[in-house]
Ligand binder design. Structure first.
Ligand SMILES: [Zn+2]
Length: 114
């Protein structure tokens, strides 16, 4: 489960931020990642619950902004968003497509703190 190491690096960022900005606790963490990045939100939440114990982020709410897959189709010469990447173009059915979005790694977008 690579969510454990993702959450660990996230908590490291929170720690570093807390040292610089001196807040008491984290209320909410806004995270974003691509739907093709093999990250499971449920596993993330579980890992966060376990690993945030005793840190300033304990009890914080997680919000996910999951980016859709975006493909570029060489036949239509256009980009299309897809919730589920199927390997072909949703518009013309062409198979000459390349993935241009949806593989974004986990990113901390915003942090609400007290
Ligand atoms: Zn197409």
């Amino acid at each position: 489960m690579h969510e454990l190491s993702l959450i660990q690096s996230l908590l490291d960022i929170v720690d570093e931020y807390a040292a610089r900005h001196r807040f008491e606790k984290v209320n909410c963490l806004q995270l974003s990642f691509g739907c093709m990045s093999c990250i499971d939100p449920k596993s993330l939440e579980f890992a966060f619950d376990v690993q945030s114990k005793g840190t300033k982020a304990e009890g914080a709410r997680l919000e996910f902004d999951i980016r859709p897959a975006v493909i570029y189709c060489f036949s239509c010469e256009q980009e299309h968003e897809q919730q589920h990447y199927s390997g072909d173009c949703p518009q013309c059915g062409g198979r000459q497509v390349t993935l241009t979005g949806g593989t974004e790694e986990l990113k901390l977008v915003e942090m609400d703190v007290d």
